[in-house]
Design a protein around this ligand. Structure first.
Ligand SMILES: C[S@@+](CC[C@H](N)C(=O)[O-])C[C@H]1O[C@@H](n2cnc3c(N)ncnc32)[C@H](O)[C@@H]1O
Length: 343
């Protein structure tokens, strides 16, 4: 999920409910430029109303329970997380999607706020849903319209966090939920968050994990199940949508997904490797722009890391975070972590 292009501020009056920080290039231009380089990064799967609908549909599908399982885990454990969060904090969530998880957090924060502040005037919580897709920001704002929170949506890219942070009121609980953390290089995302959080801010994220890294039967079964999820028809459709949208036919290419080992400072990590393998000469048309592909061409796509729990902890440590609370599911396949910058 790497979106390039300089971000600019399109509209920023303080009273607006939604701020749009956009790249100087349209999603279509970015798609064209990426495909010319035989690349289709993940963030391009989420753009436009098609991208928003596709994600919402995928998130509901039985065969792709990744983000949904993390929502259930949050519902079951929200009180024990919120215990560590001061009531005055603003909530920022990047890659907010539909904003369902944020509603769960906000309801609990409001409850806590009301209990703690009984003797005083309750402070209203500020909520900043952020997403690359404007429609998803609208949805996240709508989702909490009956809650007593001050809402300000931000359309923008996580890579522009330095620009985005000018819009939020400190201190913040900074969230990356729905396994989105695993779509980035670990040291890139953790350093980005570390550089842009202030002392007093908190970082909350979740991840879908590999239970262990050994070569035993349990790990083999977990790998098989991961591949089954990512190779499901629903996830494949989500991944190939941009090619179909601009004129290619399903028989023109093959979607391939593997689990690969990659090196890192802390040893071997497991990561998905996705590609679109062109089976016959074909082209994509975006208005006047055309990208041609030849049989045998390969379009490289984004990835998802499948860490073990210990690997996540090791990266947090290397990148200067202390864990305040970590919740690991019994089968070690899902985790939620609340952390802060080490002083
Ligand atoms: C895997 S979905 C998770 C959505 C939501 N957090 C959940 O838990 O259901 C990833 C989300 O990140 C958004 N996204 C993708 N690339 C992004 C980027 N570079 N900056 C900000 N948001 C991005 C997508 O539009 C999508 O809403």
């Amino acid at each position: 999920m790497n979106s390039t292009g300089k971000a600019i501020l399109k509209q920023a009056p303080e009273q607006e409910e939604k701020i749009i920080t956009i790249s100087d290039k349209s999603p279509e231009e970015k798609l064209y430029e990426s495909l010319e380089k035989y690349e289709l990064p993940d963030y391009l799967l989420y753009t436009g109303s098609g991208g928003a609908n596709n994600w919402l549909k995928l998130d509901e599908s039985k065969t792709f329970p990744v983000a949904r399982q993390l929502k259930v885990m949050l519902e079951e454990n929200v009180a024990s997380i919120v215990r560590f969060i001061p009531a005055c904090m603003s909530l920022v969530s990047i890659g907010v999607g539909s904003g369902e998880k944020e509603r769960i957090l906000l309801e609990e924060l409001i409850k806590k706020n009301q209990t703690e502040k009984q003797a005083f005037e309750p402070v209203s919580i500020r909520y900043y849903p952020v997403d690359i897709n404007s429609r998803l920001v609208d949805l996240a704002l709508e989702k909490v319209k009956d809650l007593p929170v001050e809402r300000k949506g931000i359309v923008g890219s996580i890579e522009d966090m330095q620009l985005l942070k000018k819009h939020w009121h400190l201190p913040v609980l900074f969230c990356i939920l729905g396994n989105t953390f695993c779509n980035y290089e670990p040291e890139f995302i953790l350093r980005l968050v570390h550089e842009n959080l202030e002392q007093g801010d908190l970082f909350f994220f979740d991840a879908n994990l590999l239970p262990t890294q050994d070569s035993g039967e349990e790990t083999q079964a977990a790998r098989k199940s991961i591949l089954g999820t990512y190779a499901s028809r629903e996830n494949v459709l989500f991944n190939i949508y941009p090619l179909l949208q601009y004129g290619m036919a399903p028989e023109d290419f093959d979607f391939e997904i593997l689990l690969a080992q990659v090196d890192s400072r802390i040893g071997a990590l497991c990561r998905t490797r996705k590609s679109l393998n062109i089976l016959k000469d074909a082209e994509i048309r975006m208005g006047a722009k055309v990208v041609g592909f030849k049989e045998g061409d390969i379009i490289r796509m984004g990835f998802t890391y499948k860490y073990t729990y210990d690997q996540v902890l090791a990266f947090l440590d290397i990148c200067g975070f202390d864990v305040l609370k970590a919740l690991l599911s019994e089968d070690r396949t899902n985790v939620m972590i609340l952390a802060k910058k080490r002083i």
